[in-house]
Every structure is written in structure tokens, then in C-alpha cells.
Design a protein around this ligand. Sequence first.
Ligand code: NAI
Ligand code: MG
Length: 338
Amino acid sequence: MPYDIVLLPGDGIGPEVTAATVRVVEAAGVSVRWIEHAAGLVAVEQGRGTLPGEMLDAVRRCRVALKGPITTPVGKGFTSVNVGLRKALDLYVSLRPVYSIPGVRTRHEGVDLVVFRENTEGLYAGREHEVVPGVVEALKIITEGASRRIARYAFEYARWRGRRRITVAHKASVMKLSDGLFLKACRDVAADYPFLEVEEMSIDACAMQLVLEPRRFDVLLMENLYGDILSDLCSGLVGGLGVVPGANIGDTAAVFEAVHGSAPDIAGQNKANPTALLLSACMMLRHIGETKAAMRIEAAIARVLGESTVRTGDLGGRATTTEYTDALVAALSSGESP
Ligand code: NAI
Ligand code: MG
């Protein structure tokens, strides 16, 4: 029986990296019935609004989706489809594993950390209005419930994955009430895990420490906007946006997507690195229990990036998206199973 998985190709480089990912997942022997839906710009052009109801229904029914990036117009136009999707499906966990990949040369080696980001509220929710011309107000809403559930998820994850230390990054010295509440919720949850090491750090100091000494970090836990910014910083530690995967997880559905956006500067040119979405697809395969296929794809990526010169421009190579994907498919068909 094939798996029913919703596919949201998105826009910009989205269709290119999702096509590459579909090819590799199929080459790994997983049988999937991809249920393709439009969202964002593409859906608007079809006159169906940014978040078509049938797309949301499909994700609710299949419970799993693989998503390409979706462009959000800056300063005007429709509100973020990504934010809307996370809210509509209550995908309250953003999980982004950041680890060094053999063969991808960076300033730091041996980075292996996980960023947990609250995914539904905070300043990033984009609740803003103009009070009078020349004055706008943005609301940073933090609730005890949302803070507790992301903290609970992060601590449970740490416990089961053998992670030792959780760093809660915040700015409660200044945002006394909002970040203060987030921090308090994290402390309350932490009390249930006395065997895990918990560290509290100012978000600004955390940014510096990440750049200086990223290996000291294990699990990072923070609210929405801080997580957005630090996820990109963290991806810079291990080779950039082209290699860092992610998942948006709720109690009833999960949407897997790379950290990066639609990269309009290289869209449609067969230049995009599909690794980030491929590794997101590996997270998805583990989520549905296809652990072996995930391991085979991860091994193929490690082999191609570690042993050959076939790589995309963002990693200093000259391969097109297609050539790199061909190399992965070849590695999968020749490679021994892990
Ligand atoms: P971006 O991540 O799209 O691009 C930043 C830089 O990284 C660009 O130079 C781009 O070429 C490069 N890059 C990103 N992914 C790459 C890949 N896979 N391979 C090679 N190079 C890659 O960020 P930007 O420019 O700030 O955002 C562009 C659009 O994407 C915006 O409309 C933004 O709102 C949207 N966006 C959507 C996200 C999503 O759907 N989850 C996440 C982040 C941004
Ligand atoms: Mg971001």
C-alpha cells in the first residue's frame, strides 16, 4: 500500500527541489501516492486564495505533508502563508536539526544541535496594526499553554534522543512579562526532567556563543521570532540554507520543509541545492516509520558530498540540481543498505 502524502511544491525554487526530492524518495524504494496541492502565490493565481480549504483538508486527512518554500511579499500583499499554515493546522513545534555534513567545508566541524522554536505565537505571528499614520503597533502574544507545550516537546525529544543539555534562549531581562512567561513555563517543565541539564541564556549572548563555540550547544529552545533568526544563523554554521532540514509538528499533522525560502535569485535555473528538502523528507520518512529508507538517503547524501565533487553552487560546486539528483539516485541504486 503506498503512503498518501500531501506535496506542496510551493514557488521559486520550490518546484525544483520538490521534484528532486520526489525522485530520490522513490529511488529509495518508498511507495508514495503524492497528493499535490497549490498554496500561496500559485493558489492565488488560480483564484483559490492563499490557503485553499481543500489543501488544508488533504493535510488533515493524510496527516503528513512535504512542502517547498512559499514566497511572502515584503511589507505588503498577503500575510505569510507559512504562518497561516502553521496556525491553521496548529503545528506548534518547529524542529530543526543542525549538524555538520562530511564533505561540506565550513568554519566549524562537529556541530550537532537541534533548534526548537515555538511556532504559533510571539511577534512572528505578525499581529500588527497602524494606530495612527506614522505609528504602528505589533503584538507579541505569549501564552503559558503554548510555551509549555513546546517546552514539553523539546524536553521529551531530548530525553528520548539521548540529548543532554537544553539551552533556553530568551530576553526576559527586557521583555519581562512576555519572555518572562516563556522562561517560567520552560522552568516549570524542566522541573520534571532533573536528569537533563538546563541552561538559560540571553538570546543576544546565545547568538555570539553560537558563532564562537557552536559545539557547546545540544538542544536550543526559544520563542518564534528568535527561533526564525537563530535557525538561519545555525544553518550558516554547517554550510548554509541549502543543507538544513526542518519539520513543523502538531498533535494531528506534520509538515516537513527546509529552513530556506523560495530563493528568487536562483529560481528556475536548475541551481538550487535540494539537500535541505531531502533531509526534511528523511525526517518525514522517520516520522512515518520508514527509518531504513531515511538512513539510505542520508547515506547517499553523505557519500555524494563526502566522496565526489558533484555539488551545487552554494556548496562551492558546479553541478545543477538535476546532476546532483542523478548522483544521489545512482548512489542509492549502487549503495549497500546501512
Ligand atoms: P531564502 O532562503 O529564499 O534565500 C536566502 C539566500 O540563500 C539566497 O541567496 C538564496 O539563493 C540562498 N538559498 C536558499 N536556499 C537555497 C538552496 N536550497 N540552494 C541554494 N541556495 C539557496 O531567503 P529570502 O531571500 O529571505 O526569502 C525569499 C522568499 O522566501 C521570501 O518571500 C520569504 O518570505 C520566503 N521564505 C519562505 C519560507 C518558507 O516557505 N518556509 C522560509 C523563508 C523564507
Ligand atoms: Mg526563516
